[in-house]
Design a protein around this ligand. Structure first.
Ligand SMILES: Nc1nc2c(ncn2[C@@H]2O[C@H](COP(=O)(O)OP(=O)(O)OP(=O)(O)O)[C@@H](O)[C@H]2O)c(=O)[nH]1
Ligand SMILES: [Mg+2]
Ligand SMILES: [Zn+2]
Length: 290
């Protein structure tokens, strides 16, 4: 039988089978010998024994694997931002978009807390992310929840974004029976800690969702310019017109990306943050072997 690992605790794995049943099983000893650790998200082959015991026999090839949280085979990255408090961290959103692109995960940007939205934030969001799939929502009054449900159907999705934007609250709005722990801002700034800790996939509408504590997929220093270009749909079709091959679109002359900016076809904010990310990547590269 085939299924997907949705939870792993102390060497026991909960596997979701086609049809919606779950079964608990142990990984075969050979995984340990081969240095393979099953991950939440893995598609696995399992066998049932007469004793009622189930064993995990094989792990199917992974489409992608995230470092933290350790999960695999993610189809959709739901990047949640807040339209009021906390002020949206657009730089983090841009970094997550780059990471999603690099890992072949489709991104969906959700601006939550629309019930208390500052109009200028909603405007900036819509302008900066016009090239992406976006959604306005409020877990408090249910606005946008049906559209979010539709986006999640039949996919394995991961919720990411800064603390207190309402990731767990959106999940609670999607699954009223879940009642995930949510936290007020005051509680969080006390200890600067995230409310959400463990990694677990929740079966949902033919797919599954994951609420993630902090998020770091890989070292950005490993990115090359082609990967950067591919992460900015705004650049599509123009980077080949830059004078220099491998143009980084910062200080180079005759740069087609800077021409986009001049013509108002690329947002000032997106470009400023792009430059900031490039600088950060350079810094990381420099200190790589420190
Ligand atoms: N006004 C309003 N408040 C919301 C909304 N969604 C969440 N909140 C509040 O925002 C606070 C943080 O929500 P959480 O769901 O815990 O945020 P989170 O993103 O899961 O935070 P971490 O788990 O720390 O990463 C809570 O006090 C929620 O009640 C919303 O749509 N509107
Ligand atoms: Mg949470
Ligand atoms: Zn350029």
């Amino acid at each position: 039988m085939q299924g997907r690992i949705i939870k792993g605790i102390g060497g026991f794995y909960t596997v979701l089978l086609e049809g919606g049943d779950t079964i608990t099983c142990k990984a075969r000893g050979r995984f340990r010998n081969e240095g393979v650790t099953p991950m939440v998200g893995d598609l696995v082959e399992i066998s049932l024994h007469e004793t009622g015991f189930a064993a995990m026999d094989d792990i199917l090839p992974r489409k992608n694997a995230l470092l933290r949280p350790p999960v695999s085979n993610i189809d959709l990255l739901v990047i949640v931002l807040s339209a009021s408090i906390p002020k949206p961290d657009f730089l983090l959103a841009d970094k997550l978009l780059i990471q999603a692109q690099t890992l072949h995960i489709e991104p969906l940007l959700v601006l939550n807390k629309m019930d208390t939205a500052k109009p200028e934030i909603a405007e900036e969001f819509s302008r900066d992310y016009a090239a992406f799939h976006t959604l306005l929502a409020s877990s408090a009054n249910g606005y946008g929840i049906d559209a979010l449900k539709e986006a999640l159907t039949n996919r394995v999705s991961c919720f990411a974004g800064q603390s207190a934007v309402g990731k767990s609250s959106l999940l609670n709005a999607l699954f009223p029976e879940l009642s995930l722990e949510t936290g007020g801002l005051a509680k969080k700034t006390d200890r600067g800690k995230h409310t959400t800790r463990q990694a677990e996939l929740w079966p949902y509408l033919g797919g599954a969702v994951l609420d993630t504590p902090g998020f770091s997929l890989f070292e950005m220093s490993e990115l090359d310019q082609d990967a950067m270009n591919a992460s900015y749909p705004e650049f599509t079709g123009v980077t080949s017109e830059c004078r220099f091959a491998g143009c980084r679109h910062i200080a180079e002359p005759d740069c087609a990306v800077k021409a986009l900016l001049k013509n108002g076809k690329l947002s000032q904010g997106r470009y400023a943050r792009y430059c900031e990310i490039q600088t950060e990547i350079d810094e990381k590269r420099k200190h790589r072997y420190d």
